[in-house]
Structure formats: structure tokens, C-alpha cells
Design a protein around this ligand. Structure first.
Ligand SMILES: Cc1cc2nc3c(=O)[nH]c(=O)nc-3n(C[C@H](O)[C@H](O)[C@H](O)COP(=O)(O)OP(=O)(O)OC[C@H]3O[C@@H](n4cnc5c(N)ncnc54)[C@H](O)[C@@H]3O)c2cc1C
Ligand SMILES: *[C@@H]1O[C@H](CO)[C@@H](O)[C@H](O)[C@H]1NC(C)=O
Ligand SMILES: *[C@@H]1O[C@H](CO)[C@@H](O)[C@H](O)[C@H]1NC(C)=O
Ligand SMILES: *[C@@H]1O[C@H](CO)[C@@H](O)[C@H](O)[C@H]1NC(C)=O
Ligand SMILES: *[C@@H]1O[C@H](CO)[C@@H](O)[C@H](O)[C@H]1NC(C)=O
Ligand SMILES: *[C@@H]1O[C@H](CO)[C@@H](O)[C@H](O)[C@H]1NC(C)=O
Length: 530
């Protein structure tokens, strides 16, 4: 054990510099001491890992990013009179236990209200707290009071799902089937006249929950592990200068050339012996779509689960062990998209924060209508009014999950704009309502290096799959060169998947594995820096 460890330390000695006039960037990184670490993906998990390694003296680190930008699923864009978020929007649970909140506060990126102690203590358990304005598909405004009880019931059922982490459910049970069972039990107590509209309203709440979980149907989301997802206290807040301002601050300390953009990795060869330009033998070689290749002691893979689902069979050589291929297959990764609409003038009352839709005739007990071309809009159940209108203009953000959302991605902006004009005319009962003056929508499913929005624990999988996904390769504890391939990213955090803080924690987690392995690299780094 000791001898092997010593050997590893020797292998990790600083690399010799061989001038390579073609690649100054690579030269700079190779001149740095410590093991050679490659990070695949410049989303928040990859940037977090790189920054933490750098801070701990493991400076021989580079990020390879497939697209032309950093941030991944954090993406802020100019729209209307300001900035909107195409990906992540809120800090979910902004309080001291949330590293995204801590960093954002430290960098001065939040409004003063978000920093208040009382704001950090508010606990909404991940459920919406605003009072909505409710429109029915037949063009009537409905009173939120009429649905207050059924809303409370729905969220109490969702809370109840947390009781199954200890047992009392089977692996086949889904959150959807549990909620349906509750609806069937509860509906005999409802006012007969309200039964249909209550059902339609509940379908909308379930559709919203599909957006939260990033799934086509809550019937796909496993019941037993659902409660393992952990919400943090704090009233969700946003970034006035865009979520990307966080990523930009995080990557600022990295030396120039640390991030190589437009460097899509094609395959990762591990468990091998690949000579570097320094004649040192490395266990891993990464080849890119453009023909470039890189050798490394360690590779941290942060690509989205959606990418792994499409590509993992030919991405790794030798192939992944069964525990990992099973985890990649079993875990869920679905689509949640946004449709952002700018209006010249708001048709909603001032102080409206959320507009909720009730599609009359729909029910949580029947399958959604099949013809997507005709019915994709019926999956829309919530539009959020973006703040502050004085700076941004009048912008609504609709959320749409599942197959309907993937269908929407195939439509043109003009087609969507025309559908949305029809929709709002129908809801408001105003056939003259002016169309939105601008539209932008996300297309996360079609992004080749993302393949959807975020992960969930699907029926047939469990938290163990999340742990298996996070386990480094080789899994053999006695391997001569351990931790050749490490895995980070949103989908590898058992309690915080699908969030920016989960992604950030996962990057730090994998960086820490390597930091623990190479204490000599940070022994002399000043404590103040760490
Ligand atoms: C619509 C939407 C709304 C969301 N809202 C919120 C929210 O309000 N709050 C919240 O906390 N979270 C939210 N999320 C989730 C959050 O955005 C993600 O969990 C988080 O950003 C994921 O970070 P990551 O580093 O794991 O992955 P990513 O950000 O996806 O980074 C992975 C990177 O890997 C790159 N890559 C992929 N394949 C390759 C390859 N072969 N070679 C090189 N590079 C590759 C990708 O291009 C990408 O840049 C939302 C997500 C979406 C899509
Ligand atoms: C909601 O529930 C309360 C108490 O349970 C009841 O008094 C009230 O009438 C209900 N409201 C509606 C609209 O059903
Ligand atoms: C969970 O179970 C406990 C103990 O059985 C019970 O007291 C509690 O009400 C349950 N919670 C929910 C939300 O049903
Ligand atoms: C890794 O290489 C060793 C030695 O060449 C071999 O015995 C082992 O089976 C390989 N492992 C995998 C997963 O390919
Ligand atoms: C909006 O909210 C403000 C502050 O809470 C209040 O003074 C005002 O009357 C509200 N306006 C409407 C139309 O409800
Ligand atoms: C760390 O500092 C000590 C004492 O100054 C020195 O002897 C040692 O060589 C340094 N180690 C590294 C890896 O720089």
C-alpha cells in the first residue's frame, strides 16, 4: 500500500517542458506542477472542479468544452430590455448551506434583500408560494380562493411522498401513481359542480411538477427515492446581472488557456499506457472530434447525463463496467424548456407574479391528448412574470416539459409566436389582444452536448444508481493507477441533482478526491488562499 502510494507520488512529479510552438496554451498548462488533470465540460461543475484544484496547487489542469462558451446549462442572454435566463434561473434554497448562495453573496451578485437573515430562513419546501392569477381555457378568470384548498391538498400529498424513503413502497411505484391514488380517494368529498374544474386544475399542477422534475410524466418518477431530494431553506432568488455572472466570477482566477472552447471530446481511452510529449507514461488519453488528443493522469467527466445516455457506449474504451451502464440507462433525464414572450403592454394586472392555466376537459386521471401538433400547448400550465419590468420590459416565462416540449423545439419561432398569440387571446377572451413583440425559447433537448434539461430518479432506479454514476474508474480498489476517470455533474449528486448547487458540489467533491491524493501539491499553498 505504502509503496504503491510512493510510486504514485513519483509519477505525479512536475512535467518537463517541451516547447511546442503550435500550442502556447497547452505549454503553459504543462509547465505547471502536479498531476495532469483534464476536465470535460465547462459548466458550473467543471469550472468549480478546476477552480478548486487550482486553489489547492494542482495547477496542471485544463478544461475541454465542446461548445463555444462556458456555463453549460447556465446561460444568460439579452432579451427585451435586459437579460433573461435560457437555463437555470433561481438559486433554489438560498441560505448558508447552499454553496451557490455563499459564492454569489461573496461575489456581491445578489440584491440586498436576498441576503437578509429572514429571507434565508423562509422554508417553502420547493413549492410555489405566490398567489396566482388563474385563467381557464374558455376565457374566464378563476378565483385563486376557489383552488386554495385543492392546491394545499396537492402539495401535502407531495410532502407525503417524502415518507417513503424509509420504505412502504415498491420499486414500481411512481410519484404520479401515488398522486392519482390520492386524487381518487379525495374526489368524493369535492363539491360535485367543481369536480371537473378541480381535475383540470390538478392536471395543471401535475404538469408544473413535470417541469420541476424535468420529465414527461410524474409516472416516470420513482416514489421510494423521491424524498431523498433535499430542499434547502431560503426564498428562491435570481441574479440581477445574469446567472452567468456567477460562472464568470468563478473562472476568473484560472490562468489563461485553462479552458479550451470548441474542443468536443470524442472518446476517453483509460486503463492504458500513453506516452506524453514529456515521455512520461499516462493512463488516460482523450481524443477530440477535431483530431486533437490529450494525455492525462486523471479526467473528470462532467458531461450531462443526456449526453452519456446517447454516447456512453462508444465514448469510453474499455467500455464502462455494468454498474455504470445500468446507472446511465436507469436514471431519468428529461426536458423542461422555457418560452419567453415580450409584450408591448402587460395584459395582466400590476402585482401579478404568476399566471396559471386551467385546460378545461383535462384530468390527471386520463392520458394527455396524443396529437402533439394540435395539443402541445395544453402541457403549458404556468407563466411567470419576470421582474423587474422597469428594467426588463414586460416578459412572461412559460415552462413546458416532456414530449410536448421536445415537439415545441422542432417548431419555428414564428409558429410558436402565432400559437402563443392564439393562446392568450383565448385565455383573456380578447380576440384583439396584440401579439407578443418578441420571443425566445430554449431547446435543451436538441443541444447535441446536453440532450435534455436535467436528471431525475426514474422508476426502476434509485439513489444507488446516482452513487454508482459518481464512482471513479477503475472501480478496482487495488488498481495501480486509481481515479483515472472521475464523474461530476448535476446527475451525480444523490440529494441535490437537477440544481446548480448540486452541480457545484459535485465538482468540488471530485476535486477533493484528487486534492486528498496529492497532499504534497497543496502542503505549501498558503492557508489564506484555501
Ligand atoms: C431550463 C432549465 C432551467 C433550470 N433552472 C434551474 C434553476 O432555476 N435553479 C437551479 O439550481 N438549476 C436549474 N437548472 C439546472 C442547472 O442548470 C443544472 O443542474 C446545472 O447548470 C448543470 O451543471 P453541470 O456542470 O452539471 O452541467 P452543464 O452545465 O450541462 O455542463 C456540462 C458541459 O459539458 C459540455 N460537454 C458535453 N459533452 C461534451 C464533450 N463530448 N466534450 C466536451 N464538452 C462536452 C457541455 O457543452 C456543457 O458545457 C435548470 C436547467 C434547465 C435546462
Ligand atoms: C376550504 O376548506 C375550509 C376548511 O377546511 C372550508 O371551510 C372552506 O369552505 C373550503 N373552501 C372551499 C372553497 O372549498
Ligand atoms: C409522515 O409520517 C409521519 C409518521 O408516520 C406522520 O406523522 C406524518 O404526518 C407523515 N407526513 C406526511 C406529510 O404525511
Ligand atoms: C485494465 O488493464 C489490466 C492490465 O492490462 C487488465 O488486466 C484489466 O482487465 C483492464 N481493465 C479493464 C476494465 O479493461
Ligand atoms: C400592488 O402592490 C402595492 C404594494 O404592495 C400596493 O400598494 C398596490 O395597491 C397594488 N396594486 C394593485 C393593483 O393591486
Ligand atoms: C514545502 O515547503 C518546505 C519548507 O519550506 C520545503 O522543504 C518543501 O520542499 C516544499 N515542498 C514543495 C512541494 O514545494
Amino acid at each position: 500500500m505504502q509503496a504503491r502510494r510512493l510510486l504514485l507520488l513519483l509519477l505525479a512529479l512536475p512535467l518537463a517542458v517541451h516547447p511546442d510552438p503550435g500550442s502556447e496554451e497547452r505549454l503553459e498548462a504543462m509547465a505547471a506542477p502536479g498531476p495532469r488533470v483534464l476536465i470535460i465540460g465547462a459548466g458550473i461543475s467543471g469550472i468549480a472542479a478546476a477552480e478548486k484544484l487550482h486553489r489547492h496547487g494542482l495547477q496542471n489542469t485544463q478544461i475541454l468544452e465542446a461548445t463555444g462558451r462556458t456555463g453549460g446549462r447556465i446561460r444568460s442572454q439579452r432579451f427585451a430590455k435586459g437579460l433573461v435566463e435560457i437555463g437555470a434561473q433561481w438559486i433554489h434554497g438560498p441560505s448558508q448551506g447552499n454553496p451557490v448562495f455563499r459564492l454569489a453573496a461573496q461575489f456581491g451578485l445578489l440584491v440586498p434583500d436576498a441576503l437578509l437573515e429572514e429571507n434565508q430562513r423562509i422554508n417553502v419546501g420547493g413549492h410555489p408560494s405566490a398567489i396566482p392569477v388563474i385563467y381557464s381555457s374558455s376565457g374566464t378568470k378563476l378565483s385563486p380562493d376557489a383552488f386554495a384548498n385543492i392546491t394545499r391538498l396537492f402539495y401535502s400529498w407531495l410532502e407525503e411522498t417524502k415518507n417513503f424513503t424509509g420504505g412502504g413502497c415498491t420499486p414500481e411505484d411512481s410519484v404520479g401513481s401515488f398522486i392519482r391514488q390520492k386524487i381518487v380517494q379525495s374526489s368524493p368529498d369535492w363539491d360535485k359542480e367543481l369536480a371537473d374544474i378541480n381535475m383540470a386544475f390538478l392536471r395543471g399542477l401535475l404538469n408544473l411538477e413535470c417541469c420541476v422534475s424535468g420529465t414527461h410524466s410524474m409516472d416516470y418518477v420513482a416514489l421510494c427515492p423521491f424524498g431523498e431530494y433535499t430542499t434547502l431553506p431560503g426564498l428562491d432568488c435570481t441574479f440581477p446581472k445574469g446567472y452567468e455572472s456567477l460562472v464568470n466570477q468563478m473562472k476568473a482566477p484560472l490562468p489563461g488557456g485553462s479552458v479550451l472552447l470548441n474542443k468536443a471530446v470524442q472518446s476517453i481511452h483509460w486503463n492504458g499506457s500513453f506516452p506524453g510529449e514529456d515521455s512520461h507514461i499516462y493512463p488516460v488519453k482523450v481524443t477530440c472530434e477535431d483530431g486533437d488528443s490529450f494525455v492525462a493522469d486523471h479526467v473528470i467527466v462532467t458531461v450531462p447525463l443526456g449526453f452519456l445516455k446517447k454516447r456512453s457506449s462508444d465514448f469510453f474504451s474499455p467500455p464502462l463496467p455494468p454498474s455504470k451502464t445500468q446507472a446511465i440507462k436507469n436514471l431519468g433525464f428529461g426536458t423542461n424548456n422555457k418560452i419567453l414572450l415580450e409584450f408591448e403592454k402587460p395584459f395582466w394586472d400590476p402585482n401579478t407574479t404568476v399566471i396559471q392555466l386551467v385546460w378545461e376537459g383535462d384530468s390527471p386521471l386520463t392520458a394527455p391528448k396524443k396529437d402533439l401538433k394540435k395539443n402541445w400547448m395544453r402541457k403549458l400550465s404556468v407563466f411567470v412574470v419576470l421582474e423587474p419590468p422597469e428594467q426588463l420590459g414586460h416578459v412572461l416565462c412559460g415552462f413546458l416539459a416532456g414530449e410536448e416540449s421536445e415537439f415545441m423545439e422542432t417548431l419555428t419561432d414564428e409558429e410558436i409566436l402565432s400559437s402563443m398569440t392564439d393562446l392568450f387571446r383565448r385565455l383573456t377572451g380578447d380576440p384583439e389582444l396584440p401579439p407578443p413583440i418578441g420571443i425566445v425559447r430554449s431547446q435543451w433537448h436538441s443541444q447535441p452536448y446536453t440532450g435534455g434539461s436535467y436528471s431525475y430518479v426514474a422508476v426502476g432506479s434509485s439513489g444507488i444508481d446516482v452513487e454508482n454514476l459518481a464512482e471513479p474508474l477503475p472501480t478496482d480498489q487495488e488498481a495501480l493507477k486509481p481515479m483515472q476517470v472521475l464523474f461530476a455533474g448535476e446527475a451525480t449528486e444523490r440529494n441535490f441533482y437537477s440544481t446548480t448547487h448540486g452541480a457545484l458540489m459535485s465538482g468540488w467533491r471530485e476535486a477533493q478526491r484528487l486534492i486528498d491524493r496529492y497532499p504534497e501539491c497543496w502542503a505549501n499553498v498558503s492557508k489564506a488562499k484555501l
